[in-house]
Ligand binder design. Structure first.
Ligand code: ATP
Ligand code: MG
Length: 401
């Protein structure tokens, strides 16, 4: 006997009432997209479960892909058999004896199909008895079993599953609108992007690039980070803003120590223009309270004044070490620590204001004349588009679903 299904359990979206259909539809779309490289599988869904029918495919590589898809709470390998006592017994026996190192077990039956002649309690006893008789060295432990075998009896068949494999949780990407991620080459912003995607949000990214002060390699770093984020969604568009001329114009016209604050405000003003054009309704940043001069309460307040867009700051109350842990988990850490400078490090004054007064800042800003540089910067934004390569490779050649 071989496992022939993967059972997928939904996360909190199971609670979403009327919207549930929409959530399940999006999740199924996302799962199909990511699993296109496994041509033999089939996907079926019910209101509370999804099943990947393996049709001979190896389950493990598929599980690895599913682990990155938001909206999946957990998964289990499953055997689907006809809802007949003998077939269920045989499948339960396989599920018990297949994994190594198991000594104790528990059976949990759920009889969804009430026409099935044996009720859940009795079925637990029937199966438990069968397993004990047919094997040596196993015992029942209802409190802390090595393996819990779940038996779900439905009309269309019975699913026998063993261990639960943890999914990514969250909500399916595409169910919560789009946000523009201010993506630097640092450790924080990719993590912020990942966490926002986890809440079902699709991400576009914007990066401020200052050649020749920042190198091609620092741009490549951001491209590599944007590509990494496609692992959790279908695609990421990256808007690269040629920032140098505007930055230089600004720094020539203002007192040095206000540079950082005004530059940040400029970033938000440009981001707003991109968001307007793309129909995006919020920004996401990697800001975390207290980390650097721009991230004091006063700074955030003053910088925030230039926009009415909501700014999602998933890291605002997180410790750096926890952020680093996530960046390692999502594989962005090694890219982020490549040593190339970004536009802020190059231009940031030695002693930036940590408590910039907002009236003062507005006053200084009112004096700046950018000429045509602001509009020119916006016109020259370069847009790059990245797809999840693994899924996309197959996507181009076949349309299996
Ligand atoms: P990160 O690790 O994300 O670079 P940080 O701790 O270095 O963050 P800052 O440099 O103050 O903090 O940046 C705060 C946030 O501003 C970043 O998380 C990012 O969202 C945004 N940001 C900074 N520099 C850029 C840039 N060059 N392009 C786009 N966004 C940027
Ligand atoms: Mg940074």
């Amino acid at each position: 006997m071989q496992y022939n299904h993967i059972l997928i359990r939904y996360g909190e979206m199971a609670l979403k009432g009327k919207n549930k259909k929409h959530f399940v539809g999006q999740l199924s779309h996302n799962v199909k997209f990511k699993l296109k490289k496994f041509p033999n599988i089939e996907l079926t869904k019910t209101h509370d479960r999804m099943y990947v029918l393996l049709n001979g495919e190896e389950p493990q590589p598929i599980i690895e892909v599913l682990k990155d898809i938001f909206g999946i709470q957990s998964m289990s390998l499953a055997l689907k058999v006809n809802s007949e006592e003998e077939a269920i017994k045989e499948a339960a026996l396989h599920t018990l004896t297949d994994p190594a190192g198991v000594k104790t077990f528990k059976i949990s039956t759920r009889r969804v199909d009430k026409q099935f002649p044996i009720n859940s309690q009795d079925m637990n006893r029937v199966l438990g008895g069968h397993l004990l008789q047919s094997t040596d060295g196993y015992t029942v432990d209802v409190h802390q079993p090595d393996i819990e075998i779940s038996v779900e009896i439905r009309k269309e068949g019975t699913y026998i599953t063993s261990e639960k494999i943890q999914g990514a949780g969250g909500l399916p990407v595409g169910t919560a609108g789009k946000s523009l991620l201010l993506l630097s080459g640092g450790i924080d912003s990719p993590v912020a992007g990942y966490l926002t995607m986890k809440r079902g949000v699709e991400i576009e990214a914007i990066h401020f690039h200052s050649p020749p002060f920042t190198s091609e390699r620092s741009k490549q770093k951001v491209i590599d980070l944007a590509k990494k984020l496609t692992r959790f969604g279908h695609k990421v568009r990256l808007h690269v803003v040629p920032f140098t001329a505007l930055q230089q114009s600004m720094f020539r016209q203002i007192p040095q120590h206000y540079g950082m604050t005004i530059m940040r405000r400029l970033m938000l003003q440009i981001s707003e223009r991109v968001a307007e054009k793309e129909g995006i309704l919020s920004f996401t940043t990697g800001e975390s309270l207290g980390q650097v001069a721009s991230q004091t309460m006063e700074s955030m307040h003053t910088i925030n004044q230039v926009t009415n867009y909501p700014i999602i700051r998933p890291l605002v109350a997180m410790d750096k070490l926890d952020i680093i842990d996530i960046s390692k988990k999502i594989d962005t850490y090694d890219i982020s620590i490549r040593p190339y400078e970004d536009c802020c490090t190059v231009f940031v004054p030695k002693q930036p204001k940590t408590k910039p007064d907002k009236e003062k800042v507005s006053g200084i800003e009112a004096q700046i004349d950018y000429g045509e540089e602001f509009e020119r910067t916006i016109e020259n934004i370069e847009v790059l588009e990245f797809y999840d390569e693994e899924a996309e490779e197959v996507n181009e050649f076949s349309d299996l679903f």
